[in-house]
Design a protein around this ligand. Structure first.
Ligand code: ZN
Length: 246
């Protein structure tokens, strides 16, 4: 089975379409580590797609705020403005679907998914020190997560912990052989708002049968996503950061 692993789509329909085109034929199911909405301006379209398409998904912190389950008090001002705009935009059925999304980690036969971390859905795994002890609580050898918008992750092996490498700016793929004896924490990166200095949409394909992980990047129509942000009256900063990949 080959799984398309997505995270942090954040209402960016242009980036989502580019990823689906780029990955066409290379996967059997689609899994999402949360934050379908927030920041960008196509929440209805992204939720409609998600409802029909995803085989597994956990809620992200923006999903719970954008459907009214949580207060946006913890958000900075631009995230809050986008969340309140999304809440106002969504029809009741879309809000109800978001409100019903399960909290991570969610465990399947051979992998698990979390929004922030297998240790807590809102935790950020950024530096190697952040993953200390998680090997003791992981329920499966592979856990996919998101939340930081940083493509990459870690493996635990006999020699210690190693970071996984994402594609360089000139590359569109990095292939990693997965060792069945190792543990892996894998962040596919953000589809809709990358923050690792590479503005291309990020995703991963996990080919379970061949024990291969593919970190991928693809260019998308950033200008159209920015125009949507302008038309919605959302903060200019949200459009600018798409081009910067920050
Ligand atoms: Zn996010």
């Amino acid at each position: 089975m080959r799984h398309l692993i997505l995270s942090d789509i954040h209402s960016n329909l242009e980036a989502l379409h580019a990823v689906l085109r780029h990955a066409e034929g290379a996967y059997d199911t689609i899994v999402c580590c949360g934050d379908l909405v927030g920041y960008n301006a196509a929440p209805i379209e992204v939720i409609d797609w998600a409802r029909q398409t995803l085989s597994a998904v956990v809620r992200g912190n923006h999903d719970t705020v954008c459907c009214g389950v949580e207060d946006p008090l913890m958000f900075n001002s631009v995230a809050r403005q986008a969340a309140l705009w999304t809440l106002d935009e969504l029809p009741p059925a879309s809000r109800a679907w978001l409100a019903d999304l399960p909290a991570g980690p969610l465990t399947f036969d051979s992998f698990e998914i979390a929004h922030g971390s297998p240790g807590g859905e809102d935790d950020y795994l950024i530096d190697t020190i952040d993953i200390h002890g998680l090997d003791q609580i992981m329920m499966r050898k592979i856990c996919f997560f998101g939340h930081t918008h940083l493509q990459g992750g870690w493996s635990w092996q006999r020699g210690g912990i190693q970071r996984l490498t994402k594609p360089a700016l000139g590359e569109d793929e990095r292939i990693i052989d997965l060792d069945p004896d190792f543990l892996y924490l894998i962040n596919p990166g953000s589809v809709g708002q990358p923050r690792d200095g590479d503005p291309r949409a990020a995703y991963a394909i996990w080919d379970a049968g061949n024990a291969l992980l593919r970190f991928r990047r693809v260019k998308y129509d950033i200008r159209s996503a920015q125009n949507r942000i302008h038309e919605a009256g959302l903060p200019e900063y949200l459009a600018d950061r798409l081009a910067a990949g920050r």
